[in-house]
Write a protein that binds this ligand. Structure first.
Ligand code: URP
Ligand code: ZN
Ligand code: ZN
Length: 470
């Protein structure tokens, strides 16, 4: 049976255009966009007069149900994607992470099992490459065929996920040959390990020392090195969770040399700062994440970088741990505090209020950094991230004037605190639509359990014989 829905009178914003009009949805896809469309018989009609219509959000950095630092992330694919849906995000890309020396195909199967029947919005996976050997090399084409067209390398977490430069070069080359985009966690793991060791030896065990062990210089160094190695391999590079101007300067320098580098930041680096580590005793553990929060001056540079197009995406790096029972594993030693914060439900709302409403980015830029750019970069466009005939009917209908604030109570994250507690918001997702189904209305989940679908993503155009190869 044909399912139709008509969204009338909305102010529609994509990364490229702004216009008023009607959107006809048929069987989960956008069928037609025009100034005026008459409702087909039996179609559900949503009056979006006074509301703004955006492509559904695409968050390309989550960690649901991740085993990490002696525990497992508190949000699984169900609670994480319910929070995403209520917060205007209709697609997520999570990281499959194998054990050191383990099979990437097995890691992929494990992540499918975590997500299938649980996710309520559509999802894909990146593959973390925590090792490189003949078995992994042989598995790469199969993983790519399964729709995993991006890898993440950690230049940090020494002794756990970190790869060395030789492994990184092998991965870059294999990725380039298979149409895979490589991303990096850009912190120098040896610098961090040295600082951690000496801080603990000197009795500096509190969470306020976490940022001391993760200086911005370590991000600058790893970003620089990652880019030098990518240049040598002739491969493009995507920098995840950029937190500092030290990293941003390296990205700008690489761009000015003609290198293809793409960058992501997160709401926490745009809106929270390192004072939180000094003012909160052990509560500071709530914001222990890697990289850590930085100072206000650096934050302003990130906003500038976002506005000026040096940073293409805002993702969350959602990796949630309860304060009681998980973060407090590190009450005597900050190295044992599981790293990460909850944010997947907050990203779109924070960017709308503190980006669009504060005049830092335009509505089209908002659509670009929250949806279109991540979809393009990660092989999801135009099904995701766009509003056009033929694309999936994934839409965020925003009530632009609704005032509210973030609290632990109104958050859908399965965790005992909010990293953005008390943040005032102006604008609320009024209706969130995923493949033509209303999955949330005014912060209430209305979708069916487990309805999310796995998406095989397209390959990245790695550029073949790019002339920027050293
Ligand atoms: O603190 C963080 N970011 N935890 C998640 C793992 C990562 O580095 O992305
Ligand atoms: Zn990371
Ligand atoms: Zn992450």
């Amino acid at each position: 049976m044909t399912q139709e829905m008509l969204i009338k009178n909305g102010d529609i914003f994509t990364a490229a255009d702004s216009f008023k009009g009607d959107i006809l949805i048929r069987n989960g896809k956008i069928a037609e966009i025009a100034g005026k469309i008459s409702p087909p018989p039996g179609a559900e009609v949503i009056d979006a007069a006074g509301l703004e219509v955006y492509p559904g959000g695409v968050d390309v950095h989550t960690h649901f149900a991740l085993p990490f630092m002696g525990t497992v992330a508190a949000d699984d694919f169900e609670s994480g994607t319910v929070a995403a849906a209520c917060g205007g995000t209709t697609t997520i890309v999570d990281f499959a992470i194998p054990s050191k020396g383990g099979s990437i195909l097995e890691a992929l199967q494990a992540w499918h099992q975590k997500a299938a029947g649980k996710a309520v919005v559509d999802y894909g996976f990146h593959m973390a490459m925590v090792d490189y050997n003949d078995k992994i090399a042989a598995e790469i084409p199969r993983v790519v065929k399964e729709g995993i067209t991006s890898f993440k390398c950690f230049l940090a977490y020494k002794g756990a996920f970190m790869v060395d430069d030789a492994q990184f070069l092998e991965i870059l080359t294999a990725a380039k040959n298979n149409g895979v985009l490589v991303s990096i966690h850009a912190e120098n793991g040896d610098m961090l390990a040295y600082l951690m060791k000496h801080l603990i030896e000197d009795g500096h065990t509190g969470p306020q020392y976490h940022p001391v062990a993760h200086p911005a210089s370590a991000e600058g160094e790893a970003t620089h090195r990652g880019l030098v190695l990518a240049r040598m391999a002739g491969a493009p590079l995507y920098i995840v969770h950029l937190s500092s101007n030290e990293g941003l300067k390296e990205i700008k320098a690489a761009r000015s040399r003609g290198q293809l580098v793409l960058a992501e930041t997160c709401p926490q680096y745009l809106l929270l700062d390192d004072e939180l580590y000094l003012q909160n005793g052990f509560e500071a553990a709530k914001w222990v994440m890697s990289p850590p929060l930085r100072d206000r001056a650096g934050q302003n540079k990130l906003w500038d970088g976002l506005r000026d197009g040096f940073i293409q995406t805002v993702a969350t790096d959602h990796c949630s741990f309860n304060f009681k029972g998980q973060k407090d594993m590190g009450k005597d030693n900050f190295l044992k505090i599981p790293n990460g914060i909850p944010a997947v439900g907050d990203r779109v709302n924070l960017l709308y209020t503190y980006g669009v409403k504060k005049g830092r980015i335009s509505r089209n830029q908002f659509a670009a950094v929250t949806a279109a750019n991540p979809a393009r970069i990660f092989g999801l466009y135009p099904e995701k991230g766009s509003i056009a005939p033929g694309s999936d009917a994934d839409l965020l209908i925003m009530d632009p004037d609704r005032k509210w604030k973030i609290t632990k109570e109104n958050s859908h994250h399965n965790v005992d605190y909010s990293a953005f507690e008390g943040f005032e918001l102006e604008g609320m997702p009024a209706v969130v639509i995923s493949r033509g189904e209303v999955v949330a209305r005014y912060n209430k989940f209305t979708g069916a359990p487990g309805r999310g679908k796995f998406i095989k993503r397209r390959k990245f155009d790695t550029g073949g014989d790019r002339e920027n190869a050293a």
